[in-house]
Design a protein around this ligand. Structure first.
Ligand code: SF4
Length: 313
């Protein structure tokens, strides 16, 4: 609350809007209680600033900033073409400061301790701390906060205690996140440059463990199917491409292998032609899976090799 209030004052705004998915009623209750507590402080300083909670109806694409703005305005949550950007033409056409709650939450600490103290935490490129959520497959699931630069294997194996079941991979950063083989955790640290250097992306750092028995081809199909369902439909590469990818992967089998070249072209089209990161983000987990789970996936693709097709990317 304090961080959003401070950001609002700095930006000349008098309203802070928190967009929370309706499927998270506990989060809505807690934020509502925090607003009530903070409002009583604002009454004491008689400052004109109010908070508003908007309950999202469950659309994944509302994590994209302009679809989120449309949703708040009561419109269909379609991505807007940019420019103009929300900083000049945002909510109701007004300049809007738009960020995630984690970022706003850092502001009050920075105001209390100073920017230099904050910048002293973390790595050269990734400053401060990172919230990481671990799913129910971990021995100790939950939300963790670590300094950027923290050893990834310490988080996974020591702090979280490893896994409840045998795991072969992690998906890091949500449904469009990177797919890491478990062996990769030893060489990674929790920061953007470490993940990027290894061909992955840290993203928002929500982590799902993929059990050893779960077929990787089914996991890839699940990603495409989910994105086809969540695509806002604004641009053709994503609207048609995610449905096509879902269909291709659903049909793929050892008897009916998927054309690697066709699949590679689809990934290139999604990457180059999508209007936002929903369609443009699908290729990363696909290529991670094809690169790191080659032996498991090669029966499902024609001529899948290290130097050709998606595996060579
Ligand atoms: S990439 Fe998908 S979600 Fe994004 S604008 Fe295009 S259709 Fe909508």
């Amino acid at each position: 609350m304090a961080g959003m209030y401070a950001a609002g004052i700095a930006a000349g705004a008098n309203t802070g809007v928190l967009y929370i998915r309706r499927e998270y009623p506990a989060a809505i209750r807690r934020v509502r209680a925090a607003i009530a507590e903070f409002d009583s402080l604002l009454d004491q300083i008689r400052h004109n600033f109010s908070f508003q909670i908007i309950e999202g109806a469950g659309s994944y694409v509302c994590g994209e900033e302009t679809a989120l703005l449309n949703s708040i305005e009561g419109q269909r949550p379609e991505v807007r073409v940019r420019p103009p950007f929300p900083a000049t033409h945002g909510l109701w056409g007004k300049p809007t400061l738009l960020s995630n709650v984690e970022t706003f939450a850092n502001i009050s600490w920075i105001l209390q301790h100073g920017g230099e103290a904050y910048a002293a935490i973390g790595t050269e490129e990734s400053k401060g701390t990172k919230l990481i959520s671990l799913d129910s497959q971990f021995a100790k699931p939950g939300l963790y906060e670590v300094d950027f630069g923290y050893r990834f294997s310490d988080l996974i194996l020591c702090d979280a205690g490893g896994f409840k079941t045998e795991v072969k991979a992690l998906q890091v950063g949500g449904p469009l996140g990177s797919i890491l083989p478990l062996a990769a955790i030893d060489s990674l640290t929790v920061d953007f440059e470490s993940f990027q250097g290894a061909g992955f992306a840290l993203g928002h750092a929500g982590i799902i463990a993929i059990p050893k028995h779960f077929p990787m081809i089914d996991f890839m199909h699940h990603i495409f199917e989910y994105m086809a369902d969540e695509s806002c439909g604004k641009c053709t590469p994503c609207r048609l491409g995610t449905a096509k990818g879902s269909h291709l992967l659903e049909q793929a089998s050892a008897d009916n292998p998927l054309d690697s070249e066709l699949f590679d072209e689809l990934l290139e089209l999604l990457e180059a032609g999508s209007l936002c990161a929903l369609g443009g983000g699908v290729p990363l987990p696909m290529r991670n899976a094809l690169t790191h789970f080659y032996d498991e996936l090669s029966p499902y693709f024609t001529a899948l090799g290290a130097d050709s097709g998606p595996c060579g990317k």
